[in-house]
Design a protein around this ligand. Structure first.
Ligand SMILES: NC(=O)c1ccc[n+]([C@@H]2O[C@H](COP(=O)([O-])OP(=O)(O)OC[C@H]3O[C@@H](n4cnc5c(N)ncnc54)[C@H](OP(=O)(O)O)[C@@H]3O)[C@@H](O)[C@H]2O)c1
Length: 293
């Protein structure tokens, strides 16, 4: 997109291009996987917590729509195995470690051969603490380069690489069956990533890695607009959710502000279902209010 081109123009172009592509598809109507009539979603980081709850919501709220749930160790992901028993044909569970690019390539290949496209990618994988290895730093003296790099690798580099490998499928997907004719990349971030909102300090690795994730996602949204690729890219803060990630730090959270994974997933679903091309490049909270960068 030329610098003088307004974002409204760019958005119109995205939608126009999406329409043309879907018309082309309709014209060449065959039994190819690309024409599978229901939206295909992928949840990365689906073994537990929010990712698992969101996978279940997608399966139950859109009963005809396939979901590809990825995680590091499918064999030990008990929650996903239980979902697979309930939704044997709708759910596909695949191995993906966000620190290993070859696992992303393998997942993209599998989705390509099974469905030929992807309409929504949600990356929920993330780390805040690892027992005996890493915990949020209250002060500068606690900052450790190994943990800074690990948080950056998992929380920021991982999801943008997943988006890179899924992008050809998302461009083919066009949000088919969702009524919006564009695909979605939603990266789960945290309000703590906001620079404007940082009034308390601390938690260097987590804040900075999630701020990088935000910047990566915003940059991707600009590239998609510029190239007129029909993909909406957003980051979403899910609220404070009662999961293993937040467990040790919930003491000062009032009960009404601590969501179950199911409640947070429900709020996320509402946002995901409501996204339009005008939303691309935005940082949303679970109420769909914009959070300042
Ligand atoms: N909980 C909250 O209060 C809160 C608040 C704001 C934002 N968030 C964000 O919400 C997202 C979900 O968090 P959660 O609360 O559900 O945490 P969680 O229960 O600890 O789940 C984290 C998920 O990330 C996965 N993961 C970690 N490292 C990975 C890797 N290298 N490759 C692939 N997956 C990996 C974990 O998989 P394994 O099972 O293999 O470890 C697990 O599925 C995170 O991005 C988090 O930053 C959470």
């Amino acid at each position: 997109m030329a610098p003088f081109m307004s974002s409204r123009y760019a958005l119109r172009s995205i939608v126009r291009r999406a329409r043309h592509a879907s018309e082309r598809k309709a014209f060449f109507c065959t039994e190819t996987p690309a024409l599978f009539p229901h939206p295909v979603s992928m949840v990365n980081g689906a073994s537990r917590g929010l990712g698992l709850a969101l996978t279940e919501k997608l399966l139950t709220k859109h009963p005809d729509s396939p979901v590809v749930a990825t995680c590091r160790n499918p064999d030990s992901a008990a929650g996903l195995s239980a979902l697979k028993e309930r939704f044997p044909s709708q759910l596909t569970v695949l191995r993906l470690d966000v620190t290993m690019e070859d696992t992303m390539e393998a997942v993209a290949k599998e989705i390509s051969s099974k469905y030929g496209r992807l309409d929504m990618l949600v990356s929920t994988s993330g780390i805040l603490h690892i027992p005996d290895q890493m915990e949020p730093e209250p002060k500068l003296v606690n900052v450790d380069p190994k943990n800074l790099m690990l948080a950056y690798r998992v929380n920021a580099v991982g999801p943008i690489l997943v988006a890179k490998h899924m992008m050809p499928l998302l461009k083919t997907g066009l949000g088919q069956g969702t009524g919006r004719e564009v695909a979605v990349v939603a990266n789960i971030t945290c309000k703590m990533a906001s620079l404007r909102d940082n009034l308390l300090g601390g938690w260097y690795a987590y804040r900075a890695s999630k701020a990088s994730l935000n910047q990566f996602t915003k940059t991707l949204s600009v590239e998609c607009q510029r190239r007129k690729d029909p993909v909406i890219c957003v980051v979403i803060h899910p609220g404070v959710v009662d999961t293993e990630l937040s467990k040790p730090y919930q003491r000062d959270i009032p009960p009404e502000k601590l969501f179950t994974p199911e409640t947070s997933a429900e709020k996320l679903m509402d946002i995901l279902d409501s996204l339009t091309p005008e939303d691309t490049g935005k940082f949303f909270s679970y109420t769909k209010q914009e959070i300042p960068w």
